[in-house]
Design a protein around this ligand. Structure first.
Ligand code: SF4
Ligand code: SF4
Length: 213
């Protein structure tokens, strides 16, 4: 079964700042950057077929920095504290799952209903009063148990092929006590070094990704 996730008609670089999450008496506001799937690629991996998606990644990081800073400044203008951040300071994926932005996929990334794993996440620690959102389930876990496209596309064999998730860890970077398909990040980053570029074959292969391969 293939999921229809075509979103090519959406405006580029939307920021969703409506979701939020309570975190240690403070709260986290999430920005989720949608990358333009029509952006031209500028790098090409030795093995992969997804240069266009690489371009979207890099551009997404630039734009989350700009957008999260703007949202934080807006919160400060209302008289509250706001600390904007990208991948630093706290793990974005667990927080974004708690905030209901999506589910964790086999490939170890946030899978959103609208754009699959093809997003970049930013966050803001703030004390502005917010009503927390709740985690969502829209079938990713069940779908992943039947699908191995990301694992099949991974030249580094960093993604597990097992039908069901488990508490197993596969490299020192994995936190313990979490039931999921743990990704071997040593293999993944080793491949990036070998490849002379980062990768994204797993994202390009995922049926939830708009215009997936
Ligand atoms: S980014 Fe590339 S090497 Fe890393 S898990 Fe995905 S497909 Fe494998
Ligand atoms: S490619 Fe398939 S198994 Fe991998 S995250 Fe996407 S839906 Fe799940």
């Amino acid at each position: 079964m293939m999921r229809d996730v075509h979103k090519l008609d959406v405006p580029s670089y939307q920021v969703d700042t409506e979701r939020h999450h309570r975190f240690d008496q403070r709260q986290t506001v999430f920005g989720r950057m949608l990358h333009d799937p029509r952006a031209p690629f500028y790098r090409r991996s030795m093995y992969n077929n997804c240069g266009a998606i690489l371009a979207r990644y890099h551009d997404g990081y630039s734009r989350i920095a700009y957008c999260v800073a703007c949202v934080a400044e807006f919160i400060r203008s209302l008289g509250y504290h706001a600390l904007p951040m990208g991948n630093d300071t706290a793990l974005s994926i667990p927080l974004s799952i708690d905030a209901g932005l999506g589910e964790l996929g086999r490939l170890g990334l946030l899978v959103t209903p609208e754009h699959g794993p093809c997003v970049r996440i930013s966050k803001i620690f703030t004390d502005i009063p917010l009503v927390p959102d709740r985690p969502v389930a829209f079938g990713v876990r069940e779908f992943c148990s039947q699908c191995t496209r990301c694992a099949d596309a991974c030249h580094a064999k960093a993604i597990q092929q097992t039908p069901q998730p488990s508490f197993n860890v596969v490299c020192p970077s994995n936190n313990t006590g979490i039931e999921r398909w743990a990704v071997d990040h040593d293999r993944c980053y080793g491949f990036w070094i070998e490849n002379g570029s980062d990768c994204s074959n797993c994202i390009a292969a995922c049926p939830y990704t708009p215009c997936s391969k």
